[in-house]
Write a protein that binds this ligand. Structure first.
Ligand code: RIB
Ligand code: CA
Length: 313
């Protein structure tokens, strides 16, 4: 009997985080141990509430944990607040507020450590927001470094950025956390904007998801519709940054990777949050990360739609 892969999804839910979670519910090869919430797209009180509401709305008993309200070093809540994900994080999608389900009392970093101890050498983390919770687990429990099998994170880029010309949002919120994760020696896989900006869904996929006739399909379609029409301008696509990170773990065939030295820039007036990706190994530094460098978009789209379909079965 194949043993299910034990997975924690650490997320700043957020629209594309929500779609990644829905798709993960359709992946029978994994056991989702829990959702750990982190400050990012919106404040942690919203990201955790979104996770809890989703689990009740989709009738899943996956535990939800509170996580970091602030990045390791910043002195303020850096939730985007620029409406990329709307005021509460799910755009104009309003889920019924959870009544039966309650947040767990244990905080994210402690839960991550406890699961690493329970599944030594097997636990994998799919991080789709700033890496604050994961970094705290590493800082507070040094022995965790030998216990976590792999960390897949959405963040950074081989060049450029989205929240600044040189930084991608997740790393920009907490570059110190990214540095801690990359320096930990835990195997890491980076899914950056260089591939995730190509991972788009549009009207055709919205129609297909609605056609499944499931809550999961409708919710994903509504979120994509919001992303395509936010700000009152109809952009013809929505970027699936976080679902692509799930694919890196569960369907790596849709991506190609290169082993590189990567670090996060924690200084610089203009470069804080930049990911230094030594694609040509010129730094002389040992590679510490598998960086996604190529994507087969059609393969990814097909996989993502199918997982969302299975989630609703
Ligand atoms: O830059 C894209 C990333 O920032 C995604 O994870 C999105 O959800 C936001 O967190
Ligand atoms: Ca995210």
């Amino acid at each position: 009997m194949s043993v299910k892969r034990p997975i924690i999804i650490d997320c700043d839910t957020g629209t594309d985080d929500a779609i990644a979670i829905i798709a993960a519910l359709g992946c029978e090869e994994i056991s989702i141990l829990g959702l750990t919430s982190v400050n990012g797209n919106v404040s942690e009180n919203y990201t955790s509430q979104n996770n809890l509401d989703m689990m009740e709305y989709l009738d899943r008993d996956i535990p939800v944990f509170h996580g970091a309200w602030l990045p390791l070093k910043a002195s303020r809540d850096t939730g985007a607040g620029d409406n990329v994900h709307g005021k509460t994080g799910l755009g104009d999608v309003e889920l019924p507020r959870a009544e039966r389900r309650k947040m767990e009392g244990e905080r994210a970093a402690e839960f991550i450590y406890r699961m690493a101890l329970r599944y030594p050498g097997q636990l994998e983390i799919i991080a789709t927001g700033p890496l604050t919770n994961v970094a705290l687990a590493i800082i507070e429990h040094d022995d965790i470094k030998a216990l976590i099998r792999k960390i897949y994170f959405m963040g950074g880029a081989t060049e450029g950025g989205n929240v600044t010309p040189s930084a991608e949002f997740n790393i920009w919120v907490d570059p110190e956390a990214c540095h801690t994760v990359l320096a930990s020696g835990i195997p890491t896989v980076m899914v950056g904007l260089n591939v995730s900006n190509q991972a788009t869904m549009g009207n055709g996929e919205i129609e297909r998801l609605r056609g499944y006739g499931s809550r999961e399909g409708r919710l994903a379609a509504d979120i994509i519709h919001y992303q395509m029409n936010r700000f009152g301008i109809g952009i013809g696509f929505s970027r699936m940054h976080d679902p692509l990170t799930l694919a890196a773990a569960l369907y790596p065939e849709c991506l190609s990777f290169r082993e590189c030295f990567v670090d996060a820039e924690c200084r610089g007036d203009y470069t804080r949050g930049h990911t230094y990706v030594d694609l040509r190994n010129r730094s002389g530094r040992q590679p510490n990360c598998s960086v996604a460098v190529g994507i087969d978009v059609e393969k990814f789209r097909e996989w993502l739609c199918e997982r969302i379909r299975r989630a609703g079965e």
